[in-house]
Design a protein around this ligand. Structure first.
Ligand code: SAM
Length: 256
């Protein structure tokens, strides 16, 4: 690995499969002037082929050793390095119409997806490598065991497309699990119709607090039987039975 010891705490599994790297870059298909932002460039597996396609690339990286290597290899005019934690990074500070990409550190992928869900207005699209199990949860439909808070909150804001399956041997060191590449495209503002997004987020969190319980129990103190009746939603349903639109309807009812 070119003299770098992979750090587990930063979720470092470096892509080494040129076929997969090529497929990711083709899926993004960047134009020279696109504002592409890579989260966690690492040793540059995706960074270098992206740099061949765009005039300037932004990267967000937390590991100081990797940042020092990147600084030696690339000029700031071509590679703009943002040092720090992607979980706390303000992506809007780079601009708008952003194209985000990353082989994401698995240990922070779920909180990072929730963080990025709030940047729909600044983002054109996102292409991420994630644990396959996380992608299954992202795209799950109501009634499935995988359908949960992540599915509702991401499907509310984005169209999701499962693109590529990636086996452990495509990485060094190989992770213990399978991976997949997924594309997220923000929905237009007129389709994002929760009047109070924070209320929707709090509602979904409460609804799935105990997924085997009925909605009536999980939403105690939030939505009473009269509210369920007004919305024509059975209080005996489980949280996984409710489609995204119904969560939005409940949130808007509570906002009124
Ligand atoms: N893109 C490289 C590749 O595909 O080989 C590296 C991918 S590796 C799975 C994850 C990368 O994210 C590492 O470079 C790691 O240092 C970086 N990283 C981990 N936690 C991070 C965080 N909180 N913010 C920004 N980068 C992070």
């Amino acid at each position: 690995m070119k003299g770098h010891v992979a750090r587990k705490r930063f979720g470092q599994n470096f892509l080494i499969d040129q076929g997969i790297i090529g497929a990711i870059v083709s899926a993004i298909n960047p134009a020279r002037t696109d504002t592409v932002v890579e989260i966690g460039p690492g040793l540059g597996a995706i960074t270098i082929p992206l740099l061949e396609r765009v005039d300037r690339l932004h990267v967000v990286e937390i590991d100081r050793d990797l940042i020092a290597r990147l600084k030696k290899q690339h000029t700031p005019e071509r590679l703009s390095i943002h040092e720090g934690d992607a979980l706390a990074f303000d992506f809007a500070s780079i601009g708008s119409d952003l194209r985000l990409v990353g082989n994401l550190p698995y240990n922070i992928s779920t909180p990072l997806l929730f963080h990025l869900a709030s940047y729909g207005q600044q983002v054109r699209d996102m292409h991420f490598m994630l644990q396959k199990e996380v992608v299954e949860r992202m795209v799950a439909e109501p009634g499935c065991a995988d359908y949960g808070r992540l599915s509702v909150m991401l499907q509310y804001s984005f169209w999701l497309e499962w693109l590529i399956d990636v086996p452990p041997e495509s990485f060094d060191p190989p992770p213990k699990v399978d991976s997949a590449v997924v594309r997220l495209i923000p929905k237009p503002p007129e389709q994002i119709n929760a009047r109070d997004p924070e209320r929707l987020s709090a509602l979904v969190q409460a609804a799935f607090a105990q997924r085997r319980k009925m909605l009536r129990n999980n939403l105690k103190g939030i939505l009473d039987d009269a509210g369920f009746a007004a919305l024509d939603i059975a209080p005996t349903l489980r949280p996984e039975d409710l489609p995204v639109e119904d969560y939005v309807r409940i949130a808007n009812y509570l906002t009124n």
